[in-house]
Design a protein around this ligand. Structure first.
Ligand code: SF4
Ligand code: SF4
Length: 428
């Protein structure tokens, strides 16, 4: 495995946006949808019908087990009737279970968590808050692979043009403070840091959390670079930050944790940044599961044939082909690009200009890496061209002269490498 220095010398200077609004009222609340779709990160299996059936009534905040006697569950974000359970194939070909729910007019909250929330414990978090808005895997902080000594709360978003987590730091200082206390209690970790850009220091100080200020140049908010720049630790290729004793969580998830225990209700709303075709953005609050279409309609954003819809930001986001896809627990942004602004990828072969290599903050020979990935040589990609050192920043694709979709080649390569490895291990 190659271990490369982290920083090369010639990278584009792309700055994170600075949140403009100081007020919660500036956040637009999306009205209740007629139908929501919940996508579960588990392969679809018709056997699930034994527990949850089409026609079942569900309540808001209700914990629903997927299999009889199993531990896996999901939380209904609305009150209504299950209309369909099916398979959805998502990014990189991952299979999900899709549950569509026809929403009732009256929101009826399930009260099982209300009593549970009186006790703040890791068991109760694992049992009811497996997903929090803004963070998909709180379990990695509660049941870490190795002992955690530090948790970093990210107050900067992981992509450009997005201000979802900045919004939380700006408008929810008290909730963040309470969330940090809950986080300490359930994880036992005493050092908690809040990472913010310089413009948010004044607001962040009100939380009482130890602040670390980053230079707001992309991709400085990505965990491996925070590790390097702030904590002065290099994460070796193929390792996770948690394996180095450091966990990461978004500011939105910390605030959601506080709301859950303060109100006795499982959070079901997601804040997100919607970026319009002219680059203007607005922060909205929507029920998880709301179709993208409802949000765009509410904001009077028209999507025409040939326009591009992206979940996420310009560097790391994924294009989606349908406005019916829902807002998920970790959807931080929806971006709409006019067809005339889109720079299309191409089939042009690499011209070996070296721009990607100069731009890569992990010092990866991206020009060579992409050659082996295009030929599905995943072991070579890992062992000879350092695939697992990739920080997933997308800068290589941004600068690529030949417009090769380098970022998605890399993401697919990582996914396939892990998938094949776990298949081989299970057959060993
Ligand atoms: S996405 Fe590209 S530029 Fe970024 S770390 Fe990975 S290989 Fe390097
Ligand atoms: S930037 Fe694109 S064209 Fe240039 S070396 Fe890298 S992959 Fe090849």
């Amino acid at each position: 495995m190659i271990n490369r220095p982290f920083f090369s010398c010639s990278r584009p200077k792309l700055k994170y946006p600075v949140i403009q609004s100081h007020k919660k009222e500036a956040v637009k609340e999306i009205p209740s949808a007629e139908k929501v779709t919940l996508l579960l990160e588990r392969a679809y299996s018709p056997i699930d019908d034994e527990i949850l059936k089409v026609g079942d009534e569900v309540r808001t905040g209700q914990k629903i087990k997927m299999t009889d006697g199993g531990e896996e569950y999901f939380i209904s974000t609305v009150t209504g009737t299950v209309e369909g359970i099916s398979e959805y194939i998502g990014y990189l070909g991952r299979s999900h279970t899709s549950i569509s729910i026809k929403v009732s007019e009256e929101d009826q909250w399930d009260d099982e968590f209300k009593e549970i929330s009186k006790t703040v414990s890791p068991e109760n978090v694992m049992g009811f808050l497996c997903r929090l808005p803004g963070d998909s895997h709180l379990s990695s902080l509660i049941n870490p692979v190795t002992f955690l000594n530090t948790i970093v709360i990210n107050g900067v978003d992981k992509d450009l043009l997005i201000t979802t987590n900045q919004l939380i730091v700006k408008t929810e200082t008290q909730t963040l403070k309470e969330g940090m206390a809950y986080l300490k209690k359930i994880t036992g970790v005493s050092q908690i840091l809040l990472v913010v850009p310089p413009d948010l220091v004044y607001d962040a100080e009100k939380t009482g959390i130890e602040i670390k200020v980053i230079n707001p140049v992309y991709p400085n908010a990505l965990p491996r670079i925070v590790m390097k720049n702030i904590l002065k630790r290099t994460v070796p290729a193929g390792k996770k930050c948690e394996e180095m004793g450091v966990g990461f969580i978004n500011a939105e998830a910390v605030a959601a944790l506080a709301r859950a225990f303060n109100q006795g209700k499982i959070p079901v709303n997601k804040f997100l940044t919607v970026i319009n075709k002219d680059g203007e953005s607005v922060n909205v609050k929507a029920r998880i599961g709301t179709p993208v279409r409802d949000i765009l309609n509410f904001l009077h954003i028209e999507v025409n044939h040939g326009d591009r819809l992206v979940l996420g930001g310009p560097m790391r986001g994924n294009s989606i082909y349908s406005e019916d896809l829902p807002v998920l627990w970790d959807t931080d942004s929806i971006m709409v690009q006019d067809k005339d602004q889109i720079i299309f990828n191409s089939d042009t072969p690499c011209i070996n200009c070296g721009e990607c290599v100069r731009a890569c903050p992990a010092g990866i020979p991206v020009n060579m890496l992409v050659r082996v990935l295009e030929n599905s040589l995943y072991d070579e990609a890992v062992n000879e061209y350092d695939l697992l050192s990739c920080l997933e920043c997308g800068l290589c694709a941004y600068v690529c002269t030949a417009r090769i979709p380098l970022f998605h080649h890399i993401m697919l390569g990582k996914y396939e490498f892990e998938r094949i490895k776990s298949m081989e291990e299970s057959h060993a």
